[in-house]
Design a protein around this ligand. Structure first.
Ligand code: HEC
Length: 143
């Protein structure tokens, strides 16, 4: 009788995930840069690692996405990237397509995956394009 429950639950979860990724902000829906900013700041949380924190725990608003030494580390031996590079302006990805591919596959333009805790994202093309458009709009060395 309850056979359809698991699939219904799955459907509900996918709908919730789609809602989170799509965002409800009208501006973000029509403007790729605003949509990218929403994903970077509120969904994928790139800012948490790629922006330095102030002593009180807030993100430093003058150093948005300018790279940071991570304030945490793995508790077991494992591959680990102790700092997150600057991604404002995406200086290490001169062409958009390789950056988009990186965000869609998790593979860098050198064909490898960065070390944890950098997540291996599987964004849709539209999401990846929006994130790249936003990152390009952030001036390197400025907020
Ligand atoms: C949990 C922390 C964390 C989050 C969240 C995170 N990153 Fe990273 N990222 C890192 C670390 C650490 C590295 C460096 C890994 C290494 O040294 O191998 C890195 C590396 C990178 C690189 C360089 C890849 C290369 O070519 O070597 C890019 C670009 C990048 N991240 C973009 C992003 C974007 C865009 C997001 C959000 C969509 C994001 N990161 C979210 C921690 C994070």
């Amino acid at each position: 009788m309850n056979k359809s429950l698991p699939s219904l639950t799955l459907l509900g979860l996918s709908a919730a995930a789609a809602l989170v990724l799509t965002g409800c902000d009208r501006e973000a829906a029509s403007d790729p840069v605003a949509r990218g900013r929403h994903i970077v700041e509120n969904v994928a949380m790139c800012v948490d690692c790629h922006t330095p924190h102030l002593p009180d725990g807030r993100l430093d608003p003058d150093k948005t996405l300018q790279g940071a030494v991570l304030p945490f580390a793995a508790t077991v031996p494992m591959p680990w990237g102790p700092s997150a590079p600057a991604i404002a302006g995406l200086p290490t990805y001169p062409d958009d397509e390789s950056a988009i591919k990186f965000l869609m596959t998790g593979q860098t333009n050198h064909g490898v995956a960065p070390r944890p805790p950098m997540p291996g994202y599987r964004l849709s093309r539209e999401e990846a394009e929006a994130v790249v458009a936003y990152l390009r709009s952030v001036t390197p060395g400025k907020s």
